[in-house]
Design a protein around this ligand. Structure first.
Ligand code: PLP
Length: 484
């Protein structure tokens, strides 16, 4: 058996289960035999599977050790910009685990799953209220899947109104999934430059918008954490040429209960339930990216639709102009339950969520502006973007700063995104952090700014306290080493 360094601090040299235990050790007790033993048929004897012999406690400790190698929002502040790593209240997990929900088979006829259908119907209604866009589908399994569905709807709309349009306008601050979604729908992304304020200029949009262009994809607030304040004017320009406005609502955490998306001129918007409406994410697990549309786009939504007739809920497949099915059954149902639970438990305080998220980001921005270069010096929304321009002079990069933060016990912010900021450091604290934990983060990253002038070599060597040091990230993703 491999050595293990006692139990002080984190245990990093955890052996495989096969390297632990001892023959005959077991994790369960069989009831005492109360019948006579009978010989086992020889054909059933074999070598048996190669399972290690372990006690229950050994298994428990093994998986607990492994879980501690990771960093989650439950371990500490996780200011990953654009990802909204807020705390996920446990009550949502509890509702999602109710046996009536977990045991409901998706092939149950509607009369046997009225509760689940009601939940979906209610959630659609809440999301419509929150966004101002009246019709909703809950099927898409991620934000990017919502984008794809939305672009399919925009494409179907144009086909039903005079023909295919081949281009889509996409700002240079957009998430990479935006051009990918447009391309998958057979449209060519046309990049638009943001102005020196970090937002879109209506004049630039007017120059590029023509009758060949299906519309525009706008993230608001954008990935610089800035509100696209010309959105209404831009939407009018696009609509005047027969185009539609796609809203990337991944940053909805900044504007819930404050901005009416439909009044802003958006025709289709996706939400990331796993970001804004509280589902654990970040590990590549299931997500949910509902889209909300205007009345005129409702006929194109995916089927089946959940409809209410009298006090009964039914599934309706009868929609001749629908883009069809985009997910098996109804989407990732467990996440819908969590989102519904979150929205109901927050109630009118959803507005306060956004207010606090914006306040926290601006607080960090103001407390760091003297030691880190601020990419755009204006009030931000729920996240703020710095760069390594000051530290670069001491040959310290954004990557060094991020790796050193891990040694201070924080998850690094998003780095090198958005692409329009060289060496970007994008910080999103979310509303769920207390002032104490935000102050602790500020102290740490300020201290790193000092170190980058005084002892830059410490930053170049970070991280030294983690299971692995600096990885070749491409190789790590292509050929993951799972043996530890
Ligand atoms: C996260 C994000 C997306 C994609 O959402 P997924 O659920 O990860 O597919 C799209 N746009 C923006 C701005 C995002 O932050």
């Amino acid at each position: 058996m491999k050595n293990r360094i006692g139990t002080t601090g984190l245990v990093f040299n955890e052996p495989l289960l096969w390297e632990q235990g001892a023959t005959g050790r077991t994790g369960f007790s069989m009831p005492r035999r109360d019948v006579d033993p009978a010989p086992l048929d020889d054909r059933l004897r074999g070598d048996g599977p190669d399972f290690p012999d372990l006690s229950e406690l050994e298994v428990m400790r093994h998986f607990t050790h492994l879980s501690q190698w990771n960093f989650g929002v439950d371990s500490g502040l996780y200011p990953l910009g654009s990802c909204t790593m807020k705390y996920n209240p446990r009550t949502n997990e509890r509702q999602a685990a109710l046996p009536g929900f977990t045991g409901a088979h998706p092939l149950l006829p509607p009369e046997l799953c009225q509760g689940a259908l009601k939940l979906m119907h209610d959630l659609e209604h809440y999301l419509a209220e929150i966004t101002g866009l009246p019709a909703v589908t809950l099927q898409p399994a991620a934000g990017s899947h919502g984008e794809l569905t939305g672009m399919m709807i925009i494409s179907a709309f144009h086909r039903s109104h005079g023909g295919h349009r081949s281009k889509v306008l996409i700002p240079d601050t957009a998430h990479g999934t935006n051009p990918a979604s447009a391309t998958l729908c057979g449209m060519r992304p046309v990049p638009i430059r943001s102005n020196d304020q970090g937002i879109l200029d209506p004049a630039t949009v007017a120059e590029l918008m023509d009758e060949e262009t299906a519309g525009i994809m706008v993230t608001n607030p954008n990935t610089l954490g800035l509100f696209e304040e010309n959105i209404r004017e831009i939407a009018d320009i696009v609509h005047d040429r027969g185009g539609l406005v796609y809203g990337d609502g991944a940053n909805m955490n900044a504007i819930m209960g404050i901005v009416d998306i439909r009044a802003a001129g958006v025709d289709v918007l996706h939400l990331n339930l796993h970001k804004t409406f509280s589902t654990p994410h970040g590990g590549g697990g299931p997500g949910s990216g509902p889209i909300c549309v205007t009345d005129r786009l409702k006929p194109f939504l995916p089927v089946p639709r959940v409809v209410k007739t009298g006090d009964r809920y039914e599934l309706d497949d009868n929609a001749p102009r629908s883009v069809g099915k985009i997910h098996t059954f109804y989407g990732n149902f467990g996440i819908l339950v969590r989102a519904c639970s979150y929205i109901l438990s927050m109630g009118a305080d959803l507005k306060k969520v956004s207010q606090l998220a914006v306040l926290n980001a601006n607080y960090i921005k103001e407390r760091l502006r003297d030691v880190y270069h601020l990419a755009y010096d204006r009030p931000c929304m729920h996240e703020c973007v710095f760069s390594d321009a000051i530290q670069e002079k001491n040959k310290v990069s954004t990557l060094d700063i991020a790796k050193r933060l891990m040694e201070y016990g924080f998850h690094p912010p998003t780095i090198y995104f958005p692409l329009v900021v060289h060496g970007a450091i994008m910080i999103e604290p979310t509303e769920t952090e207390s002032k104490d934990s935000i102050d602790a983060f500020i102290d740490a990253i300020r201290s790193i700014a000092r170190e980058s002038a005084d002892t830059p070599e410490i930053l170049h060597e970070a991280p030294r306290t983690t299971k692995v040091r600096r990885l070749d990230e491409t190789l790590a993703a292509r050929k993951p080493c799972l043996k530890g």
